[in-house]
Design a protein around this ligand. Structure first.
Ligand code: GLY
Ligand code: MN
Ligand code: MN
Length: 439
């Protein structure tokens, strides 16, 4: 959804991005940077388009996430220029417009077909999927430029923070509606519809498909294919869902127990406390790898506390067994990407920080920057295929299998917040959003 924030905030955002991108032009000897919003794509052997997803490089500047065939040109000096397609189109809804008070950030030209700008592009770089202006291969999406852009993305502007706060606020209301639907014994699909209605967005507007797992489905990390019938019994519910505001996402997970006095409810409370300890440990300049390692220890402590393992939390981590119960990363940068690009970059020139051998798929390996927004999303799951592998391994004796059987019907628990890392402290944007609804 588009929310008209204060014009000052937006103009300051564009001014800051202009300075950064013009510095990149200078460093890379570019006459400018052309960013395409993207083009509609037709499905294979069909005449229907896929839902349009705007180019993230475009969304970083403009909230026009539904406006395909539009272009932003950032010249090496001077004001950014916005080219808007105004071709006649009787088939589709009127095109999205920038709020009037935001337009002074750009000079604006309207065109039909494609803008006549090829001459301007001779020494420019292009960011987009379709190379509409038939530029050379070297001009299209150069890695040296993408590294710089992906790296700077972590230093978010006040406007970006505010968009993510709004995305959390709308998502918190929708999460509460979904929780109510769970306690009313709705199906996964009905829960999704309750979420969408309360969030004020359609399925196509969501930053990612809703993950709404009941019972054993809470163990499916990305459970996108939802049951339309309710299960015989409601035991547990894991929902991972966000909202997109002006192109910026929230990414929130909550887990709920149908029986508030069950051990599964205690497991949620215990994991929630550990999640908040992890959040509290984050500092600007701190290491994302260390946070991930600490999260394994804390999840192993949960397993130990609930007698799910027979060994110490420390040896559970050292042996690698904790990854059976917690097989994903602690989180990722959040913004125009749900999983922000560039988390592995140690500097803007493309130096990569490899993930540790034990956690090869970790998305963020760099230091936390002041101004960054990061998710913190530890979990404990009972995933049959991973448990079967563990059971046939040398580590099988370290597991209390009857306790595993107790928790299997509940699937798992994940708690995910979006945290703004400040120079001198943290803002848990998600908890603040829920607090506004008195939770
Ligand atoms: N919603 C996907 C994730 O949490 O990363
Ligand atoms: Mn998530
Ligand atoms: Mn996430």
């Amino acid at each position: 959804m588009m929310i008209e924030l204060s014009a000052d905030l937006y103009l300051q955002h564009v001014s800051e991005k202009t300075q950064r991108f013009q510095a990149f032009c200078n460093e890379l000897n570019l006459s400018g940077i052309l960013i395409s919003s993207g083009q509609q794509q037709i499905q294979f052997m069909d005449d229907m388009a896929y839902p349009f997803r705007a180019n993230v490089y475009f969304k970083e500047w403009l909230p026009l996430v539904k406006r395909y065939n539009s272009f932003l040109f950032i010249p090496a000096t001077g004001k950014p220029h916005l080219y808007l397609d105004v071709s006649e189109d009787i088939w589709h809804t009127e095109r999205q417009k920038l709020p009037v008070n935001w337009q002074s950030a750009f000079t604006v030209s309207e065109f039909e077909g494609l803008p006549d700008i090829k001459d301007v592009l001779k020494q420019a770089a292009y960011l987009g999927e379709h190379n509409e202006f038939e530029l050379t291969k070297e001009q299209c999406n150069p890695l040296s430029l993408r590294h710089k852009i992906d790296y700077q993305r972590r230093f978010k502007t006040a406007y970006e923070h505010e968009c993510i706060r709004h995305a959390n606020h709308a998502a918190a209301a929708a999460h509460l509606a979904a929780k109510d639907a769970f306690y009313e014994k709705a199906s996964e699909l009905e829960i999704k519809l309750a979420y969408l209605a309360a969030s004020g967005q359609s399925d196509d507007d969501m930053p990612y498909s809703i993950i709404a797992g009941l019972n054993e489905h809470a163990a499916i990390l990305h459970h996108f294919i939802l049951d339309s019938s309710p299960p015989d019994e409601h035991r547990s519910f894991l929902i991972d869902a966000g909202v997109e505001v002006n192109g910026y996402a929230s990414d929130i997970t909550r887990s709920w127990a149908f029986d508030g006095s069950s051990e599964y409810a205690e497991l949620i409370d215990c994991l929630d406390a550990r999640q908040q300890e992890l959040v509290a440990s984050i500092r600007a300049g701190g290491s994302a790898i260390e946070l991930h390692e600490l999260s394994h220890l804390k999840m192993a402590e949960v397993l130990e506390q609930f007698s799910i393992i027979n060994c110490s939390a420390e040896s559970c981590v050292v042996s690698g067994m904790s990854a059976t119960f917690y097989p994903h990363g602690i989180g990722h940068g959040l913004g125009v990407n749900v999983h922000e690009l560039g988390g592995y970059l140690g500097n803007p020139d493309g130096a990569e920080i490899p993930p540790p051998a034990a956690y090869p798929r970790l998305r963020n390996t760099s230091q936390f920057a002041a101004g960054a927004v990061h998710t913190v999303e530890p979990g404990v799951y009972f995933i049959p295929s991973l448990l079967a592998r563990l059971k046939s391994s040398d580590l099988a004796n370290s597991v209390n299998w009857p306790r595993v059987e107790t928790f299997l019907p509940f699937g798992g628990v994940r708690i995910e917040d979006n945290v703004l890392i400040g120079e001198d402290g943290l803002e848990n944007i998600t908890r603040a959003a829920f607090q506004k609804y008195a939770l």
